[in-house]
Design a protein around this ligand. Structure first.
Ligand code: F3S
Length: 65
């Protein structure tokens, strides 16, 4: 599973990083989220799926493999 954050949509709500802190990091500059790694480790998949649902801007997308 791969994860992507659309920086055009991201408004820095931070819910993704609170839901899956191992999987997302927030920029000190603009507060936008980025995946720590595009390829999601299997043990983080459940948290990342929850983070997708948590984002009010629907900025996070998954590619299932
Ligand atoms: Fe951005 Fe959504 Fe996370 S707006 S900071 S991707 S909760």
């Amino acid at each position: 599973m791969k994860v992507h954050v659309d920086h055009e949509r991201c408004q820095g709500h931070t819910l993704c990083a609170m839901t899956a802190p191992q999987a997302f990091e927030l920029s000190d500059i603009d507060g936008h989220a980025s995946p720590v790694t595009e390829q999601v480790p299997v043990e983080q998949e459940a948290d990342v799926r929850e983070a997708v649902q948590s984002c009010p801007e629907r900025a996070i997308s998954l590619v299932e493999e």
